[in-house]
Design a protein around this ligand. Structure first.
Ligand code: PGA
Length: 256
């Protein structure tokens, strides 16, 4: 089954609004790039990026949202607010939110539900720690994260309108990229879990990305694996030239 590749930039707590404008002036991936390209800036840069990418194929994502749709939740931003300014995708369950901001599986599940109800497309993250890997728990851990995130969701509504990102925690921001065949293996475990929950047909259509120290120098190798359908890129997406190179190299790997 051929699935369109998907490459997303997660800028995290970087790139101010004024810098986002400069990024977009310098960011020019080859025009016939076949992957879907998504930029996920910080909240304050979303509107600027939305207006700058208006006439392009580039899509917009946010890095987080509230599980609540309105009310007395100081500091929160709802899915509807994001949709109103042109956001299409939402990162949910990133390991930094799980670890630093103590978001557990039930919050991840509630955010999946809120995104689904509003019509935002989730980029659902999962991944094991170094210790879990050493103890041989990787497969059971990531499968459990996926099952918990999708629990009690309206699966008809969910359809195939989300992507999963497998991001081993020990590979994020460390320069220690996961071996591509091992990333491919874990991703096939995730797909098997999706098959159990969603059935054969839907699970074979869902894109599963790899994330963790992706760069222009390792993306081709990752993209040439059978089950890796794209990348979620942190550090290397902050440089517009490097991020364009990642897309171009991924594109060549798909064509060849
Ligand atoms: P990294 O981050 O590319 O800097 O490792 C990836 C991520 O956290 O999504």
């Amino acid at each position: 089954m051929s699935r369109q590749k998907f490459i997303a930039a997660n800028w995290k707590l970087n790139i101010k609004q004024s810098e986002a404008k400069d990024f977009l002036l310098r960011f020019s991936p080859i025009s016939q790039a076949s992957p879907e390209i998504v930029l996920c800036p910080s909240f304050t840069s979303l509107a600027t990026v939305a207006s700058q990418i208006q006439d392009t194929e580039i899509q917009l994502g946010a890095q987080d949202m509230s599980q609540y749709s309105s009310g007395a939740y100081t500091g929160e931003i709802s899915a509807e607010m994001l949709l109103e300014i042109g956001v299409q995708h939402i990162i949910i369950g990133h390991s930094e939110r799980r670890m630093i901001f103590k978001e557990d599986d039930s919050i991840v599940n509630a955010k999946m539900n809120a995104a689904l109800n509003a019509g935002l497309r989730p980029i659902l993250c999962c991944g094991e720690s170094e210790q879990q890997r050493e103890q041989g728990q990787t497969d059971i851990w990531v499968s459990g994260q996926i099952a918990a995130a999708l629990e009690n969701l309206d699966l008809d509504k969910l359809g195939t309108n989300f992507v999963v990102a497998y991001e081993p925690i020990w590979a994020i921001g460390t320069g220690k990229v996961c071996d591509s065949s091992e990333a491919n293996r874990v991703i096939s475990v995730i797909r098997a879990k999706l098959k159990e929950i969603l059935g054969d047909q839907k699970s074979s259509q869902i894109r599963i990305l790899y994330g963790g120290s992706v760069k222009s120098s390792n993306v081709s190798e990752l993209m040439s694996q059978s089950d890796i359908d794209g990348a979620l890129v942190g550090g290397a997406s902050l440089d517009p030239i490097e991020f364009a190179k990642i897309i171009n190299n991924a594109n060549s790997a798909i064509i060849s």
